[in-house]
Write a protein that binds this ligand. Structure first.
Ligand code: HEM
Length: 475
């Protein structure tokens, strides 16, 4: 193992030396790692074997880690020394979605620059009127459900909101899924992340040889999704032709303009892959983060009262937060989501592979070894967060009094870190403030089932199996 990054003096163990759950010959731990419960299984094993430990996917070893400091080290050393799990890139390529999330090597940086600009603070600020009007439309939809005394599946409702927001911001058109009942693009998008989860954790790419019913469903959905994206791109091209010489108005136009430049490396496939990436990344994560937050809010009436007070003061006579500057008075609304994400991180497993042989925490790790980092254990460590098991949004208040106890920001890895940290985190924060304040000003939220019935499902993101709520108008 001759490599600059490997200081052999540090090596005290190899991957084969790591402890781990016993498995079957040739199959390893395959049958103990059901994709839908993967994060729970790995967290349980981390408690049993410590970090790092090793699991076997057939004959392929996967190292599993929990320490935030190591997590930070690995994430900071991207894209040169580490990459995401290689099966993510191949699975996303097959789905026509190898955009920013799965891109590696020299292809990653130019995409990152374009998307960072589109999701920057200043862009979100200038887009605020559209955001606020989408939030008002969401309110109208929820008011109608409340009037009919209907139970709402909150994660599904929120996905309509996040798809409308991402499309308007990044692609310059609002699909108005908030106004539709059936046939919305979310129905197809919903199949992508669970399929990615299955494929990334599969022993071998069976779907290239045998098409199971879920693979056929996915293939049909992808035809619809790509048809949807193609039409959106055609409409954007028409708009650009009509407003010739004006600078791009959104990410999609910026990508199309980059594609039209001489010697451009931006292809039609790349544009389409990034539309798909943003639709999926922007939809599921934020919607589920807010849905998890609502579970805690519903269980805590005094907290609802405080949120009502904060929202009423910031919104004044307006149905939703009236302007970008007023968002800064909605700290508690974002804090409930940050705290929910600490206890229920929607990105519960993050994956890496070293590009060269490395030594991490005394373990010699050959290039290409698969690594899982579990986000939650360090956020539940009392050395990082005081009384970590307690849902306490006030731990996020600024400025913090050190006598309040541990609050290690570096252990909060819900948005990742380093050069590939989530570029959508500002947008997610704004959506959280807007939606929670709108809900709290207008409704009392009640969970329609026993919280014990809500299960965590690993579907690439970590999602609740259900989040049905009743909304009671506040008079
Ligand atoms: C609560 C909401 C969200 C959470 C918890 C979340 C979480 C994450 C995490 C953990 C990563 C990996 C970061 C890393 O590797 O260091 C990521 C990457 C990414 N996220 Fe988010 N995200 C959220 C919202 C969004 C939104 C709203 C968008 C866009 C509209 C978005 C777009 C992306 C993209 C494009 C990447 C890939 C970045 C890259 O590889 O350079 N995310 N997100």
């Amino acid at each position: 193992m001759a490599d600059l990054h490997l200081n052999t003096n540090e090596v005290s163990r190899t991957v084969a030396d790591l402890p781990g759950p016993p498995g079957l010959p040739l199959l390893g731990n395959l049958f103990q790692m059901a994709p839908a419960k993967l994060h729970v299984t790995l967290e349980r094993w981390a408690g049993q074997y410590g970090s790092p430990f090793r699991v076997q996917l057939g004959t392929i070893p996967i190292t599993v880690w929990t320490e935030a400091e190591l997590f930070q080290t690995v994430m900071r050393e991207r894209p040169n020394l580490y990459r995401r799990f290689s099966p993510i890139e191949s699975a996303m390529t097959e789905l026509g979605g190898n955009g920013l999330f799965s891109a590696e090597g020299p292809a990653w940086e130019p995409q990152r620059r374009l998307i960072m600009r589109a999701l920057s603070f200043s862009n979100i600020k200038s887009f605020y009127p559209a955001l606020s009007s989408i939030t008002q439309r969401f309110l109208v939809r929820l008011q109608s459900a409340a009037k009919d005394n209907r139970t709402v599946e909150m994660a599904d409702e929120l996905k309509r909101y996040t798809v409308d927001v991402t499309s308007t911001l990044a692609f310059g058109e609002d699909p108005h899924t908030l106004e539709q009942e059936r046939g919305v693009i979310q129905e197809q998008l919903a199949l992508i992340l669970p399929a990615l989860m299955r494929r990334v954790t599969a022993l071998f790419p069976y779907w290239r040889y045998v098409s199971l019913p879920e693979d056929r469903r996915l293939a049909r959905a992808m035809v619809e999704v790509h048809g949807y994206i193609k039409k959106m791109i055609e409409r954007a091209q028409d708009r650009m032709r009509q407003s010739r010489d004006s600078p791009p108005h959104n990410l999609l136009e910026a990508m199309l303009a980059a594609r039209n430049e001489p010697d451009s490396t931006v292809t039609d496939e790349l544009v389409s892959a990034n539309v798909l990436t943003l639709l999926v990344a922007g939809e599921d994560t934020t919607a589920n983060a807010i849905a998890w937050a609502l579970m805690y809010i519903a269980a805590d009436l005094p907290l609802q009262h405080r949120l009502f007070e904060q929202s009423s003061a910031a919104l004044g006579g307006s149905p939703v937060c009236p302007d970008y500057d007023a968002l800064k008075h909605l700290d508690l609304c974002e804090a409930v989501c940050s705290e929910a994400l600490r206890l229920r991180p929607v990105a519960a497993i993050q994956t890496f592979e070293p590009l060269s042989d490395v030594c991490l925490d005394g373990v010699a790790i050959p290039a290409g070894t698969r690594m899982f980092f579990l986000t939650r254990p360090s956020m539940l460590d009392p050395q990082n967060f005081v009384h970590p098991e307690v849902f306490n949004p006030d731990r996020w208040k600024h400025p913090r009094d050190p006598s309040d106890g541990a609050h290690e920001q570096k252990a909060y890895l819900t948005f990742g870190a380093g050069p590939r940290v989530c570029p959508g985190r500002y947008l997610a924060g704004v959506e959280m403030r807007l939606v929670i304040s709108m809900l709290m000003k207008h409704f009392r939220v009640e969970l329609a089932i026993d919280p014990e019935e809500i299960e965590e499902i690993s579907a690439f993101t970590m999602v609740p199996n259900r989040m049905p709520v009743k909304l009671h108008p506040v008079t």
